[in-house]
Design a binder for this molecule. Sequence first.
Ligand code: ATR
Length: 274
Amino acid sequence: MKNFDSYAVFGCPINHSKSPRIHQLFATQTDQKLTYFAQEVNAENFVAAVIDFFEKGGKGLNCTVPLKELAWQFADKKTERAKSAKAVNTLIKQKDGSILGDNTDGIGLVNDLTFNHGIELNNKRVLILGAGGATRGILLPLLEKCPDYVVVANRTVEKALMLALEFNHNFKAGSLEDLKNQQFDVILNATSASLTNELPVLPENLLAENGICYDLAYGNQPTAFVRWGNLHNASKSLDGLGMLVEQAAEAFTLWRGIQPDTKSVIDLLNSERM
Ligand code: ATR
């Protein structure tokens, strides 16, 4: 549309992305004139596609799987949280033409936990399952919330240990087997197991009484980890739909300088689940 600022999400696969819908809802709500489209872009044609997008006047871009590390490499400047994540999900064209890279995933998770679900992390024993890109993206904003301590447990223990080294041992790292006889108030599933409806092998008594489970993934049906949480009497067992909307809201605010209301969008998307 003529004179409308242009935004997009790049990724592969991208056809099921909810981002265009979410951003259009934000735009309507805040009376912003913009377009937002999804484009299938793979690692091989990423740089050419991003250059083309910004040359044609694009104002901001979201990057999702498998492009977040490439977006991190592409950005001229990066925010602190993007630097620590080594992954970028939001590119912003600056007034001087340079491209700023940010990562809004971690703050999206923290905002969903605290504002939408009233879950405070300070003094909590927090477990993160997985030590891949998703974990990297959430660690800094999570640690800033001052939990009692954070454990990152991964199937491949070396990856968790490497991550701890990188983060100056601000959290403990271990294997899934090390979790035996430990208990946590909040367990976050940041593995990609949910995408194939699998579940890491977890000890029975891992979740403390009134504990909370949160799967960074989401689906129309409860994920395997959300079901695990319900089975183990979690006071709340949540998936990442709220995080998705919150990370989008953070990107929208960076781009447009206006904060959208997330609750109405989360409620709408929730009501559409089958
Ligand atoms: P993402 O960017 O989604 O985090 P990733 O960087 O490939 O993807 O990381 C995937 C994470 O999920 C890894 O921590 C992986 O464990 P390994 O490092 O041992 O591969 C974890 N993962 C995937 N499937 C899993 C499963 N079935 N059980 C346990 N962990 C799993």
